[in-house]
Design a protein around this ligand. Structure first.
Ligand code: 0A1
Ligand code: ZN
Length: 850
């Protein structure tokens, strides 16, 4: 059907569906190209319906037959679904449709991945399986019969029976269609068990392709830890007798929380020391927790409509971050999250794609699974918790689960439980959900007669559709240090509500050094005149680990910005401070690794842009290289000792302590490689028995252009492992010099193992291209063109992944006119590609309209 005039959906237009769905029975007759689905659905007209149109969504379906109460009917096939005359009393709708899973490269609905059937229904994929009111506020129980030759055939809920060529499932919990799932194929299970605190025995399985059983143990442990943690911290128990996880190779996102049958991108569940890095292990633990936590925040309490997406995603990200902080290190998790927020959410919030955590309109909801909905959505909850305090937070959450279990809710419902539990008025706080853009917080200070005064001015730049913004509630955690480094005021949360507001601290013996926005208490950009000496002081003395890191990070940025703008050499005082910290064995290795990790080049570009300069990616690259080289030379005499001291002995364990040590060791190795020509890295590569060290050594060598032999060896060793090969593809592009980046990526798209249909492989190559800042923005424009070529080609196969990757161009307006016109030409070329999908059209249009 024609998609010429894309439809826009608005939050304000919400109307409930006119019918209750009392039960859903589905029969799947599986064959790769002509799967038949028979549905039998019991509908009951709602007595108070405002709109009783009987419209069922449906896309890419061939309708074979339809019946109401056993009588054949001929529905009207309309854009996006069907309409039908129906009785005014409860009735049974039956339909038979045919679909083609093998031809489904969009990976939405029922599709095939490596000869295995699987589904992805969030957000609106169920309408590609059968005609249905495919909206999250329509909840029902599902009974599913699967007929086919596959050895394993799974769906949601509990198994009801199985025999030769069939299996039946029933999910007793009413759910929206987006949580439906079906998997069928040649799978083996890695089994586990969990006893809930009320004594219920739950069978756990991770289903994988034969051969991958050895990569399930870590994921299983992570699942059990998540189940236990949700009981201990939130009092939430699992509610079925069975919890299944399935790993699939072709998946658009990370994973999906389908009720009782989570489906995972194999990269987010399969792990082994030989094939996964520490970062992979940590991410897998977090994603398994995230999907598990959705069972309550998402499934038991779901969203009324897709505008409320952050209701489940922001809260679930917040919960998984709490979990990771508890399992690993709280400050390290916070620092990692803030780095990610600044790298992914700040550019979104400051560019053409800016939208509030709860958007008010969309064309394609798949384009709103964003850093703003997820990560900023979680930040908003973090602020709420800080404002009401821990006890009130858990009191409100308890009320939320009691009051709304089994419902499809809104942000208003969510805030109301906090108001009711705490007596607090959250009207102004709610602006965080409706306003886009990152607030700027300008700080000035004054000291006289023992009284120190901090004055804050907040403002938020205009974003698309929102020229002016009212002041928000901003919790600013502040502590004060005396000039000798002692803390003279412990952390206190200042609550900003006005455009300009002052706070005083009296009884001070001397002018204090403020530590502002501790733990990054609000997602804002702090603007404050300060000196490098003060930053170095905070790096040495702050009692808040986040702000200690932040001080080091600010120093690193200042140094690099000055190098770029003035061509200066790296700041000597900063180098000294770094050296002191790195050599201090009393300091946590993970913390030292973080301080030693330079700000990304994209981050420097963003900082320059914020200060009104046009970033030059090549100069930023050169400054990064000079800085690293100078640091390596400064540390020359200590590097071999540090390398030895941080080299882990004993068996590899992917825990926080080991990971912190290896992260520091990796940073040291990369510096050492700048001085020893790669000798140590080559030895490490040869000796490595785990992927973290093998990969770190290979990366150091490739960066030094000394890794040809090891890269070939890596390929020979791992060519049959898809996930490891994704690393091999990405690393070559990430390590390429700016002038070679596009050519390296182009050559890899011609490699026999490049497969555009596999989102992981596509992202490994195109994501690495967009992520190599100086290479992507090389003045030749070759990288822009290569990305556009590939996006145009992918769009005909997989619109969702194509549209997401268009965001690589979202910062285009911050670069110089030459680069802008090169990018505009590519965006225009994409926009004009024949039959461009609705997903990509929306993204390119929004980016171009900037
Ligand atoms: N709800 C999942 C993420 C997800 C979203 C959309 C998908 O397809 C469009 C797939 C997965 C989560 O938050 O983990
Ligand atoms: Zn989620």
């Amino acid at each position: 059907m024609a998609k010429d005039t894309p439809q826009t959906f608005y939050l304000k237009d919400y109307t409930p569906f006119g019918y209750d769905v009392e039960s859903v029975h589905l029969t799947f007759r599986l064959t790769p190209e002509t799967t038949r689905i028979l549905s039998r659905i019991r509908f009951a007209p709602k007595p108070d319906a405002t709109d009783s149109t009987f419209f069922l969504h449906g896309e890419d379906l061939t309708l074979i037959s339809a019946r109401i109460d056993g009588q054949a009917v001929t529905p009207d096939l309309v854009e996006g679904g069907l309409k039908c005359e129906v009785p005014g009393t409860p009735f049974t709708w039956e339909a038979e449709v045919e679909i083609n899973p093998a031809g489904n490269t969009a990976l939405e609905g029922l599709y095939m991945s490596n000869r295995m059937y699987c589904t992805q229904c969030e957000a609106e994929g169920f309408r590609k399986i059968t005609y249905y009111p495919d909206r999250p506020d329509v909840m029902s129980t599902f009974t599913v019969r699967i007929e086919g030759d596959e050895p394993v055939m799974l769906s949601n809920g509990n198994p009801m029976g199985q025999g030769e060529g069939w299996a039946e499932w029933h999910d007793p919990w009413p759910k929206p269609a987006y949580l439906f799932a079906l998997v069928a194929g040649d799978l083996v299970n890695y089994a586990g068990a969990f006893t809930t605190r009320s004594g219920k025995e739950v069978e756990l399985n991770i289903w994988v392709r034969p051969g991958d059983e050895g990569k399930c143990a870590f994921g299983m442990e992570a699942l059990k830890k998540s189940m236990k943690w949700d009981e201990d911290v939130y009092g939430l128990e699992y509610d079925l007798d069975l919890f299944n996880i399935v790993a699939v190779d072709d998946f658009n996102m990370g994973a999906m929380e389908n009720k009782g049958l989570n489906i995972f991108n194999s990269s987010c569940v399969l792990a082994s020391p030989e094939t996964s890095t520490d970062a992979n292990f940590e991410r897998i633990e977090a994603i398994i927790a995230h999907e598990y936590f959705h069972n309550w925040t998402g499934n038991r309490i779901t969203c009324r409509d897709w505008f409320q997406l952050c209701l489940k995603e922001g809260l679930t990200v917040f919960r998984d971050a709490q979990f990771t902080a508890d399992m690993r290190s709280e400050p390290v998790k916070r620092i990692d999250d803030v780095i990610a927020l600044r790298a992914r959410q700040f550019p979104e919030d400051g560019g053409p794609l800016a939208h509030p955590p709860r958007p008010e309109e969309f064309q394609e909801i798949n384009n709103f699974y964003t850093a703003t909905v997820y990560e900023k959505g979680a930040e908003v909850i973090g602020m709420l918790k800080r404002l009401v305090g821990d006890d009130n937070y858990y009191k409100a959450l308890k009320l939320y689960f009691e009051r709304h279990d089994g419902q499809a809710c809104t942000i208003e419902d969510w805030l109301k439980v906090f108001e009711d539990a705490t007596g607090r008025d959250l009207q102004q706080f709610k602006l965080w959900y409706s306003q886009a853009g990152t607030p700027r917080l300008k700080v000035s200070e004054d000291y006289a007669d023992g009284t120190y005064t901090l004055t804050f001015e907040q403002s938020t730049p205009p974003t698309p559709g929102q020229p002016d913004k009212a002041p928000r509630v901003i919790p600013v955690a502040v502590g004060l240090l005396s000039p000798n480094g002692d803390e003279v005021r412990a952390t206190e949360v200042l609550e900003l509500t006005e455009a300009k507001q002052s706070f005083s601290f009296d009884g001070l013996a001397a002018r204090p050094v403020p530590s502002i926005l501790r733990e990054f208490s609000a997602p804002v950009i702090l603007q404050r005149e300060t000196t490098n000496a003060e930053r170095a002081f905070l790096l040495a003395h702050d009692t808040d680990p986040f702000n200690r890191w932040e001080a080091g990070n600010a120093l690193a940025k200042e140094t690099r910005v000055t190098m770029v703008l003035d061509g200066d050499a790296p700041d000597a005082a900063y180098l000294d401070a770094l050296e002191k910290l790195v050599r201090d064995d009393d300091q946590d290795p993970a913390f030292r690794a973080l301080v030693l990790t330079p700000p990304s080049q994209a981050d420097i570009a963003q900082t320059l842009h914020e200060r009104g300069f046009t970033p030059d990616p090549q100069k930023i690259y050169d400054a990064a290289e000079t800085f690293a080289q100078t640091l390596a030379q400064q540390l020359e005499t200590s590097l071999p000792r540090l390398y030895a001291a941080t080299t882990a002995d004993g068996a590899y364990v992917p825990d926080a302590e080991g990971a912190g040590k290896r992260a520091l060791n990796g940073r040291i190795l990369s510096l050492l490689t700048r001085l020893d020509g790669g000798d140590q890295a080559a030895r490490q590569y040869a000796a490595a028995d785990n992927m973290t060290q093998q990969y770190a050594a290979l990366a150091a060598l490739m960066k030094a252009e000394k890794g040809a032999a090891q890269s070939q060896a890596f390929f020979d060793q791992w060519q049959d492992d898809r996930l490891v090969m994704d690393k091999w593809f990405a690393l070559q592009i990430a390590c390429a010099a700016p002038e070679k980046t596009a050519a390296t990526a182009a050559a890899l798209t011609r490699h026999a193992l490049f497969d555009m249909k596999n989102p992981n492989r596509f992202r490994a190559v195109m994501g690495a291209l967009a992520g190599n800042h100086a290479g992507f923005h090389h003045a030749s424009g070759e990288a822009y063109q290569l990305l556009a070529d590939n996006l145009i080609a992918l769009d005909t196969l997989n619109p969702q992944t194509t549209a997401r990757m268009c965001a690589a161009f979202q910062t285009w307006k911050r670069y110089g006119t030459g680069r802008q016109s090169l990018i505009r030409a590519q965006l225009t070329r994409i926009a004009n590609a024949p039959d461009l999908s609705r997903d990509t059209t929306e993204m390119v249009t929004r980016i171009l309209d900037a």
